[in-house]
Design a binder for this molecule. Sequence first.
Ligand code: 2GW
Ligand code: MN
Length: 285
Amino acid sequence: MVYSKPHIFKPPRTDVLTVTPWLAPIIWEGTFNLDILNEQFRQRNATIGLTVFAIKKYVVFLQRFLETAETYFMVGHRVKYYIFMDRPEAVPNITVKAGREIVPLRVQNYPRWQEISMRRMEMISHYIQQRFIHEVDFLVCVDVDMWFSDHVGVEILSEVFGTIHPAFYPSERKAFTYERRPESEAFIPQDEGDFYYAGGFFGGTAAEVYKLSKKCHEAIMADKNKSMEAIWQEESHLNKYFVYHKPTKILSPEYLWFGERYNPRFLKKKRFIEIPKNRSAIRNK
Ligand code: 2GW
Ligand code: MN
């Protein structure tokens, strides 16, 4: 393999933070050599599980989600798409490439949307213990109201990773929409926290995602017993978890962007984009 040597006095990016104070890399275009990384993960024959929920009306997002994942997600690696559905028979009929597989899983539906979103932590932890731990090395857990518009590959993989929320990368701590009520398990004090992480993209090894999802689910249930629900549901609990269990890699907002119109200079790629939705039409409150 031919590739250029890293140079001590020529950092590839100087316009953005590329490493955290606890020495976790922040993944930006220009900072990694994909050929080297692909080689490392192919040597391990890594299998990657992608979990996504498509309950009730959100089944409409699956076709584009899966088609674009086939073009951009973990190309050249072994992939299992775990699709949690209330109606698995509604899974779109898509032919996937060799080494890739679509696995629809039947799960129950909840009447409240907040519950659909939050219960993902319970179902992910349950299925890891039952099944995924035996089938995959890494898990990537994402929202379904999204499409892949550029490369998302093994550069994201690590013990446990989170993604910087696109609305909060330049924000001061006080502007982060962490849960601020001390009674909630998701509470984060004003002087703590590093980034505001998105609920729609996290992952890691099966063992680490098990710990994360189990802990978040337990915290959600403890709140429920106090008749509380965190301000941004499981996203608030994920943010709490990451304050005390620092991610070993962090994905830049390239990996979760909203819309195609806004193009800040530091953003060299938009890899995974949120589909604008008419909230009142799709949210059956
Ligand atoms: C969600 C809200 C209102 C009505 C329905 C639903 C819904 C969500 C649903 O009917 N069916 C369903 O499968 N979901 C799943 O939950 C689906 O995978 C979806 O992507 C995910 C989160 O809901 P979503 O995408 O509508 O929420 P966002 O885009 O506002 O997401 C952020 O905030 C959420 C918590 O409020 C989560 O933390 C999410 O991860 C964040 O991106
Ligand atoms: Mn979403």
